[in-house]
Write a protein that binds this ligand. Structure first.
Ligand SMILES: NC(=O)c1ccc[n+]([C@@H]2O[C@H](COP(=O)([O-])OP(=O)(O)OC[C@H]3O[C@@H](n4cnc5c(N)ncnc54)[C@H](OP(=O)(O)O)[C@@H]3O)[C@@H](O)[C@H]2O)c1
Length: 264
């Protein structure tokens, strides 16, 4: 385990960009990658949380940390981020997501547009932009945070779930295309994770198989390079198998709705 950790910087480094870093899973990725010696570019909207996180990371690890407080749904800010970044980025973690809850008839157009920009357009753009230098360097890694909600239709979070499905399928295709160029791609198809965002929508109640962010991150980093997708947690892997392989599609969608209908 120790040598796996110390190899990380040589394998992907020297810099990692974490999109959606300020709390929850993104903050846990930041800590885990700092522990592996990578310098970090942290992106999120709340600059105060980023500064606090960066301060702690610099004091606990001998790394450099750069913060960018911006909205990943705003394409001009994302373009500025890429053109102003002169660090050698070897690893991209796309963690940010927009996940409004509500039945489709009630979801405003603006929310649908935001799902497309934060969950689809920006990760696609960052992957395209950052793989250029990864290909030149002959190494790199990309991690996309996805969700079990994206393995079948998920009522009440239908568009978010479809955007997560996009991320999983994109990662699978790129995993195959880029592996011969020594660029490792992975989608983390997560079940429930105890993050501030999740706890708000779930009314402080844990769903079965709920994990802490650091468990999700360790299992994800452990799987990078060995498969196109990972689902952290044995309960979640079992649930994924039942939902995607055993149950008829209509039954799986109904079960998903039983789980999402009380989300607020
Ligand atoms: N939590 C779960 O149960 C769960 C389950 C399955 C999959 N996932 C996936 O895991 C990822 C993280 O989930 P989470 O629960 O930790 O999410 P979250 O609490 O909503 O936030 C994730 C991070 O992204 C940042 N972010 C969100 N929107 C942004 C924007 N427009 N621009 C810049 N930064 C933005 C947030 O910081 P700021 O607010 O400061 O911008 C935060 O640091 C998501 O991709 C989600 O789909 C989560």
């Amino acid at each position: 385990m120790k040598s796996k950790i110390s190899n990380f910087k040589d394998k992907y480094g020297p810099w990692a960009l974490i999109a959606g870093a300020s709390e929850g899973i993104g903050a846990a990725f930041s800590e885990a990658l700092a522990q592996r010696g990578l310098n970090l570019i942290l992106v999120a909207r709340r600059g105060n949380l980023l500064s606090e996180l960066a301060l702690g990371l610099r004091s606990r690890h001998e790394i450099e940390v750069v913060e960018h407080a911006l909205d990943l749904g705003d394409m001009s800010s994302v373009h500025d981020l890429v053109s102003s970044t002169n660090q050698d980025i070897g690893l991209l973690v796309y963690n940010a997501a927009y996940s409004p809850i509500g039945y489709f008839k009630d979801v405003p157009y603006a929310d649908l547009e935001n799902i497309i920009s934060v969950n689809i357009q920006t990760p696609l753009f960052l992957i395209k932009a950052l793989t250029e230098s990864m290909i030149e360097r002959g190494k790199g890694g990309i991690i996309l945070m996805s969700s079990l909600s994206g393995i079948q239709g998920s009522p009440k979070i239908a568009t978010y779930a479809a955007s997560k499905s996009f991320n999983t399928v994109l990662a699978e295709g790129l995993w195959h295309e880029l592996k011969d160029l020594n660029i490792e791609v992975l989608a983390c198809v997560a079940g429930a994770v105890r993050t501030p965002g999740y706890m708000t929508s779930a009314n402080e109640k844990d769903a079965p198989g709920t994990l802490d962010p650091h468990e999700v991150v360790e299992q994800t980093l452990g799987a990078l390079g060995s498969s196109p997708t990972v689902t952290p947690g044995s309960f979640n892997r079992f649930a994924k198998f039942i939902m995607s392989r055993l149950l008829p599609r209509k039954r799986a969608i109904r079960i998903m709705h039983d789980n999402t209908k009380d989300l607020q």
